[in-house]
Design a protein around this ligand. Sequence first.
Ligand SMILES: [Zn+2]
Length: 195
Amino acid sequence: MKTVSRKEAKERGLLRYFTGVPCKRGHICERSFLNGCLECCKQRSTSHEWQKANRKKANITAAKWRNKNKDIANARFREWRKHNRNKAIQACKNWYQLNKDHASSYSKKWRKENAGKVANQISKRRAAVLHRTPSWLTNEDWKIIELFYECCPKTCVVDHIIPLQGENISGLHVPQNLQWLTEQQNAVKSNKYSL
Ligand SMILES: [Zn+2]
């Protein structure tokens, strides 16, 4: 086989080339311009497959255990989440990115099965809006608020920058406190506001 240096391969736009020089693991074979030694590449992908298959097995065992020990598992998870807020949020975000379809059907299902909780949330929210709407709002302000809801993009929801029912602080239902967030951003934000 004719030998080609990496530099030459680059110049000629070759995706595969053969240098005749062993790779750092000693394979003398073709190299892919993007992924390097093909033999190394093959080994990497099989070990990756192996890891994936075994992770699956480990996940199934863990899920079975969780199913049998729901209370312990939930308590442990809650405890973990308390001490690892940022990690938990990141994990949620990652999961959501990978499972967008599943996530939206899950949340639909959850809302259906927990209609009481949802209704409660909505009425709490309505009361909060009423309670947190100052009497000094002008007609102009009301119009802007209305527009904010009317013009909200379909993929977004209207959010109170400082939550109306925040943990440490309560915002007002005024134009200056409104913003548009995607549903995902909103879910991650919850009713937290960092000062
Ligand atoms: Zn190699």
